[in-house]
Design a protein around this ligand. Structure first.
Ligand code: PMP
Length: 413
């Protein structure tokens, strides 16, 4: 990326024209579009009148079944790289499972722990940046210190991760979105996954929060293989360090999907011992309708292709317009899956770009949201979420964004 100079007068008049258009567009959050949600409308009439038995004869209308329905756990076992017997199907959200995992670890000693996290003088998590703002907010809420670690093209910078976890017993966890990461689109390389699985940690109760939210969310036929963290860690004698999370939020219905939690037998005993106090069992009616609708792994795959058909052109449009408008000023990721594009603008301009865009009626995720405590030290990263708006709106929003980048750079001089 070169940072070419921008003519201030042109940038100002382009921006004035933009404001004059009175746009109202929003590319802030990674939500599926209504058209994507329509792909799963059949769920609304499943499992159907009189159909309330799971494959093992369980009446899904009743209480119980803390681990979730085996038929649904089987469908997602391979995609989430957890044996079906170690994969639990839960409520409608994986974020709540991550939240519960942190809270339970604060309140109840984890397998391998010397004490509860609440009794530790300090708890730290490593936060690969740019990363997912809701991960950061979740841990910040409980006073957990987030230590930023740079993301590379292959995942978190493992030289830094290995040093920090080996030297500091207060480092109890790391946030990871290993496939089509939010927001960079990076898939962790085999080497990164292997190093995470095998590294030496000072904390005996260190956990990798492996949020595989985009496990099957391919945009192209070129599907990267993710190494199997749980298997590698188990092989290395560290089975308990892995917490796997996933959900169907961006497969079926974002507000009415199914969340999954996968881990070692010891972790699962700890988990169900605690969650059994919190609930008598998950919504198995929803789990059964998901099993009927998706059927098997091939069913999930076929369904995801339909999603790619809808959102692929939106990602392509962002790339095309950024190439036309900002090739001389900015760089951006070209993800082959997931929900986000990361735009990197010249240092010190991201906040101003977001402010200018807001004034012009284009809502962007706040600059800094991709970093702990909302603080991007370079003030350079902007997350673009192109899935929800219509294609024409995405195009319009990105053209508007380019006008704002040019003005922010021109003003900076
Ligand atoms: N993890 C990541 C990385 C996400 O991007 C999102 C949604 N934006 C979630 C989790 C939320 O998942 P769920 O709907 O299952 O709570």
């Amino acid at each position: 990326m070169t940072t070419a100079s921008v003519d201030v007068d042109t940038a100002r008049s382009d921006y004035a024209a933009l404001v004059g258009r009175g746009l109202s567009l929003d590319i802030t959050r990674g939500k599926p579009s209504p058209e994507q949600l329509d792909l799963s409308n059949a769920l609304l009439s499943l499992p159907g009148d009189g159909s309330f038995k799971a494959e093992d004869g369980t009446d899904v209308r009743n209480y119980g079944g803390l681990n979730g329905l085996p038929e649904l756990r089987r469908i997602f076992a391979a995609a989430l790289q957890v044996p079906a017997g170690q994969l639990l199907a839960a409520g409608n959200s994986s974020l709540e499972l991550m939240h519960d995992a942190v809270v339970q670890a604060l309140l109840s000693k984890l397998p391998g722990a010397e004490r509860r996290w609440a009794d530790e003088p300090q708890v730290k998590f490593l936060a690969p940046v740019p990363g997912y703002d809701r991960h950061f907010a979740l841990t910040e809420r409980f006073g957990i210190e987030l230590v930023p670690v740079a993301m590379t093209d292959e995942g978190p910078d493992m030289d830094v991760v290995e040093t920090l976890v080996a030297e500091d017993p207060a480092v109890k966890g790391i946030w990871c979105v290993p496939k089509y990461s939010n927001p960079t689109g990076v898939t962790f390389s085999d080497d990164v996954v292997r190093r995470l699985a095998t590294m030496r940690t000072a904390a005996p109760d260190f956990r990798i929060f492996w949020d595989n939210a985009y496990a099957v969310h391919h945009l192209t036929d070129d599907e990267p293989e993710l190494a199997d963290l749980l298997a590698l860690a188990t092989e290395a004698g560290h089975a308990d360090r892995v917490f796997v999370f996933g959900s169907t939020s961006k497969i079926t219905l974002a507000g009415a999907g199914v969340g999954f939690f996968g881990a070692s037998e010891a972790n699962l005993a700890w988990w169900t011992g605690n969650t059994g106090k919190r609930t008598i069992g998950p919504d198995k009616v929803n789990q059964l309708r998901h099993a009927h609708f998706l059927k098997d792994e091939a069913g999930v795959r076929a369904h995801m292709r339909k999603h790619a058909g809808i959102i692929g052109p939106k990602f392509a449009a962002v790339d095309r317009i950024l190439s036309e408008e900002l090739a001389d000023l900015a760089s951006w990721t070209k993800p082959t899956g997931g929900y986000f594009i990361t735009l990197t603008v010249p240092r010190g301009t991201a906040k101003e770009v977001v402010r200018l865009a807001k004034e012009a009626g284009v809502a962007l995720t706040p600059a800094g949201a991709t970093h702990p405590h909302g603080n991007d030290p370079d003030d350079a990263v902007i997350r673009i979420a192109p899935t929800f708006p219509k294609l024409e709106e995405v195009e319009e929003a990105v053209r508007a964004l380019a006008v704002c980048v040019r003005l922010a750079v021109a003003q900076r001089g």
